[in-house]
Design a protein around this ligand. Structure first.
Ligand SMILES: Nc1ncnc2c1ncn2[C@@H]1O[C@H](COP(=O)(O)OP(=O)(O)OP(=O)(O)O)[C@@H](O)[C@H]1O
Length: 219
């Protein structure tokens, strides 16, 4: 479903941050992406979300070579991907509920068809009492859970989550991990970038380890 071949990335005239990355993300797979700070995890997530273009190599997303996809088709392809950014990127003028419901609204779904699903998911991530508040009054951990709920609600084909448990306590991290596992069971390919070894030790999943721009994969 996703295919990288000899991909390299440099920012501007700087050194190559990622070098010769070749791998596949199969449909319905589950993987952790890890490596030391500055190794390029966020950069790789941005390549996977097609918000950065590689400086060399080939990337195929959903069987299409991204170098020849017209810019106006990218939003449609990105809708097949759920993403949790490290800085959450919630819309501050919309309530928690509205932020999570947004991907469904964009698809033109009727509110009556999804309202109870959104409320149930928000309760599951411990935000049942925060449904009608605006993001600026939420804590970092609460914002993170809203971002996760928004990425999951539409059961995307791919879920990309950058440090999704970075701001929550261990029991909530376990709960969120269970949510990712359940989503994967329903058919979503999951990529979780994390430093959290204890999180990775709880799942027998593929590990993609970035180090100094190189990638090693342990199946
Ligand atoms: N916009 C940018 N312009 C120039 N250099 C950048 C940019 N973004 C990242 N870098 C550099 O690319 C390298 C990889 O950064 P990246 O954020 O991808 O690492 P990371 O593994 O996600 O780190 P962390 O775990 O600390 O979040 C770093 O050396 C960083 O300084």
């Amino acid at each position: 479903m996703i295919h990288f071949e000899n991909v390299g990335l440099r920012y501007g005239m700087g050194p190559e941050v990622l070098r010769d990355l070749s791998f596949d993300i199969p449909k319905k797979s589950f993987q952790f992406l890890t490596g030391p700070s500055g190794a390029g995890k966020t950069t790789l997530m941005r390549l996977l979300f097609m918000s950065l273009k590689p400086t060399r190599g080939l990337i195929r997303m959903f069987d299409r070579d991204i170098s020849v996809i017209p810019g106006d088709e990218l939003p449609l392809l990105r809708r097949r991907i759920g993403i949790v950014f490290q800085d959450f990127r919630l819309l501050d003028h919309m309530t928690t509920y509205e932020n999570v419901a947004l991907p469904l609204r964009v698809r033109g779904k009727e509110e009556a068809s999804y309202r109870s699903d959104v409320v149930e998911l928000l309760k599951w991530v411990g935000l049942g009492e925060r449904i009608n508040v605006l993001p600026p009054v939420l804590s970092g951990g609460e914002k993170q859970r809203v971002a996760i709920a928004r990425a999951l609600i539409d059961q995307p084909e791919v879920l990309l989550a950058d440090e999704p448990t970075g701001n929550v306590d261990p029991p909530m991290a376990q709960r969120l991990l269970n949510l990712f596992i359940e989503l994967n069971r329903l058919g979503t390919a999951v990529v979780i970038a994390t430093h959290d070894l204890s999180l990775m030790d709880r799942v027998d999943a593929r590990r993609m380890i970035l180090s100094e721009g190189h990638l090693d994969i342990y199946d």
